[in-house]
Design a protein around this ligand. Structure first.
Ligand code: HEM
Length: 339
């Protein structure tokens, strides 16, 4: 925890390559401590791998052994993921503080910019919570053919999606960066700088490849896609499904459960109820609005500055991302039901 909390300073001073003891994970108790340890080791690993100009092709035992053991327990890969940077990476500045009083536990050099990205994403996640909580209610209401409860729950989902978009606007208060923090998006998958991947010493004999962090690893929007029966072009869908491997295991299982449950779309179509159809369509249009706003943010803070600096326009996950994001938004739009 001390190393992870001091990361920006250690990386800047080139001091993250000194010896560190091999710590046992035996004393970690419960899910929360495991998540915190995954985040701390994820940050240290990124700092270690990308510190200075030289790339490290292998991760020493002291990091690799506990990181892989914890990752296996959590069902997550041994690389820094969105859940580490956002869901596990916050504290209240004061014990009784409100959400505006949040701070991160860990960050990279260039602190304020990645801190802002992590905290705004956290608030967007929080806004999604009421919509996610409505999902079991929706399935129960379908089971009992309770149209009125179903309509109210769909209104909760739409309200939650609207709130996610509203909270997203906070990004303009914190967006002092030009590109996403490089350490967060760095990967050792399909990366010419580390063509073989990274060796996890003391764990596997051969190098492993893992993708870098991206908000596409958020489970929130995929939950809503599955709920509303929204499908994307095969290559895009393959990428989104691949991102599920980088989510907490319980999130992955929840998305899968929503996807394999009874079809909400078919239910609403079969019910032929005008108000219910309108409530369903409101969810779709709120998700379209959220995705459109997300595109605006990406254009403003990544595409335009990247163009100005004549950088290669690639996503944090290595995709031609504006085209990808627009296709996904347009397929969302197509999910509207006829009135
Ligand atoms: C705050 C600034 C943000 C920026 C600059 C940003 C940037 C990007 C980029 C470049 C992609 C393309 C794919 C990739 O690189 O992996 C992407 C995809 C995605 N982002 Fe963000 N993102 C931001 C915030 C968020 C937040 C807060 C969420 C949701 C909680 C989110 C959810 C997603 C999702 C779900 C995708 C996959 C495409 C989709 O399903 O629409 N992003 N983002």
């Amino acid at each position: 925890m001390r190393l992870a909390a001091d990361l920006p300073h250690l990386v800047e001073g080139g001091q993250l390559r000194q010896e560190m003891p091999l710590l046992s994970i035996q004393q970690l108790q419960g899910h929360r401590q495991l998540c915190l340890a995954h985040a701390a080791l994820g940050f240290i690993t990124m700092g270690y791998a990308w510190q200075g100009a030289g790339r490290q092709m292998s991760l020493p035992r002291a990091l690799a052994v506990p990181f892989c053991a914890i990752s296996e327990l959590l069902g997550m890969p041994p690389i820094l993921v969105y859940a580490d940077c956002v869901l596990a990476n916050w504290k209240k500045r004061e014990p009784l503080g409100c959400v505006e009083n949040l701070d991160v536990l860990f960050s990279f050099p260039g602190g304020e910019s990645n801190k802002g990205f992590f905290l705004v994403s956290l608030l967007v996640e929080l806004a999604a919570a009421s919509g996610i909580k409505a999902i079991p209610t929706i399935f129960n209401a379908m089971l009992h053919h309770d149209l009125s409860t179903l309509q109210t729950a769909l209104q909760d989902v739409a309200a939650s999606l609207r709130k996610m978009r509203d909270v997203f606007t906070l990004v303009h208060k914190v967006a002092m960066w030009l590109f996403l923090p490089s350490c967060f998006g760095s990967s050792w998958k399909d990366n010419p700088l580390m063509p073989e991947g990274l060796v996890y010493e003391g764990v596997w004999d051969h190098p492993r490849q893992y993708a870098g962090g991206s908000a596409a690893q958020s489970s929130t929007i995929q939950c809503f896609d599955m709920l509303l029966g929204i499908h994307h072009d095969p290559v895009d869908e393959e990428y989104l499904i691949c991102m599920r491997d980088y989510m907490p295991a319980a999130h992955r299982a929840f998305i899968q459960a929503v996807a394999s449950g009874p079809s909400l779309r078919q239910f609403v179509l079969a019910a032929g109820d005008t108000d219910l159809t309108a409530a369903f369509n409101k969810c779709v249009s709120s998700l379209v609005a959220l995705r459109s706003y997300h595109i605006e943010v990406v254009v403003k803070y990544i595409t335009i500055p990247a163009g100005q600096y004549q950088e290669e326009q690639k996503g944090t996950g290595g995709t031609g991302f504006i085209q990808f994001l627009k296709a996904i938004r347009d397929n969302t739009q197509k999910a509207h039901l006829a009135d």
